[in-house]
Structures are given as structure tokens and as C-alpha cells.
Ligand binder design. Structure first.
Ligand SMILES: Nc1ncnc2c1ncn2[C@@H]1O[C@H](COP(=O)(O)OP(=O)(O)O)[C@@H](O)[C@H]1O
Ligand SMILES: [Mg+2]
Length: 174
């Protein structure tokens, strides 16, 4: 498994962008009292049909390398982590509408990887395609933090290809 959950989240978020999503919503809920950590990534991408979904859910991360046609590790690793850490893993997908991946785990489980650098994950996802709305909803023991990469964007003047690099300077001068 990944030694930081944020890297696994990056992988799952990249799946969403690769699936043509314009919205990727990452929800993280930590609750010390209930000893839960819940990670959810929802997107409005192209989704998966039942056959693909079954194939992914049947994939065992540890036997993965022996497959002739590997299908990647992001989902299999998150599932492995969740199940190893006393939680569960679910994927819901509607072809043409979107996908939701949910992993839960015991916050205090000895094998639970640290969350790691979540900021770096968000920045990396935002950098892939600036038209994709990357949302983060982080809730820790009732305290909430929201981030949306598109927030306030529609108030800015439209940037052309040439001025893109000087965007910040241009809007300050205007
Ligand atoms: N959010 C998603 N939307 C549509 N298809 C997805 C999504 N996530 C995963 N998939 C499909 O499942 C496959 C396996 O994903 P993953 O386990 O992360 O491995 P990889 O991305 O390396 O292929 C992807 O290649 C893709 O076909
Ligand atoms: Mg992937």
C-alpha cells in the first residue's frame, strides 16, 4: 500500500480526471471519538460499466503484478488499506454519470498510513487541468474546511493563451 494516504488519493483523483470529470470532490472525515477515517472521492466522469467495476473489485493488489493485462493499483491499494485497517471499501459507478469511491478505516489502527501531504495532492490535481473543479471537504472532529479550485474564478477576466503566465499580474493591474 501507499505509505501516505494522500498519494493514494492522488491516484484516485487522477482516475477521475482521466475519466473526463469536470468535478472531483474529495471528502475526508476524521472522528477520533468514533475512531473512523473516511475518504471519499466522487466525480462526474464517464463512469464504469459493471464488467469493468467487477474486474477492478476482483483485483488483488498483491497478485496484481502477475496479471498479463494489468489494470493498475490505485483502487486495489486503497481497498487493501481499508480492509487491513478495520474498515470497508466501496465503489459506485454509473456509466455516463460518475463514480464514487469510499474507503473507511480505523483512525487508530496500527497499520493505518498517515494522511501525508494532502495539500500537495490537491495542488497536483489542480495542475493537471485548470478547468476541472477540484473540491476538498475536510472534516476533523466536527471542524470543517472547504476548498474549491473554481471558487471566484468566474469573476476574473478571461485569460487568453498568451497572457496565461502573467494572469495574476494582469488582474492586479486591471
Ligand atoms: N473514477 C473513475 N471513473 C472511470 N473509470 C475509472 C475510475 N477510476 C478507475 N477507473 C477505471 O479503473 C481502472 C483501474 O484504476 P486504478 O486501480 O487506479 O488503476 P490505473 O489507474 O493504474 O489503471 C482505470 O484504468 C479505469 O479504467
Ligand atoms: Mg489510477
Amino acid at each position: 500500500m501507499y505509505d501516505q494516504l494522500s498519494l493514494n488519493i492522488l491516484d484516485i483523483g487522477m482516475n477521475s480526471i482521466a475519466a473526463g470529470a469536470t468535478l472531483v470532490r474529495i471528502t475526508i472525515i476524521e472522528n477520533t471519538e468514533r475512531d473512523w477515517l473516511i475518504i471519499r472521492v466522487r466525480d462526474n466522469g464517464r463512469g464504469m460499466d459493471l464488467k469493468t467495476l467487477r474486474r477492478i473489485l476482483a483485483t488483488n493488489a498483491s497478485t496484481k503484478v502477475h496479471r498479463r493485462k494489468p489494470i493498475g493499483l490505485g483502487l486495489a491499494l486503497l481497498r487493501q488499506t481499508a480492509e487491513m485497517c478495520g474498515g470497508a471499501f466501496h465503489v459506485r459507478s454509473i456509466p455516463g454519470a460518475g463514480t464514487g469511491v469510499t474507503a473507511s478505516m480505523r483512525l487508530s489502527h496500527v497499520d493505518r498510513p498517515p494522511l501525508g501531504d494532502l495539500n500537495a495532492t490537491i495542488v497536483a490535481l489542480c495542475a493537471v487541468n485548470q478547468d476541472v473543479n477540484i473540491e476538498l471537504r475536510y472534516q476533523s472532529n466536527g471542524q470543517q474546511f472547504h476548498f474549491s479550485s473554481q471558487e471566484g474564478k468566474h469573476h476574473e477576466p478571461r485569460r487568453t493563451q498568451e497572457t496565461q503566465g502573467q494572469g495574476a499580474a494582469t488582474s492586479r493591474a486591471a
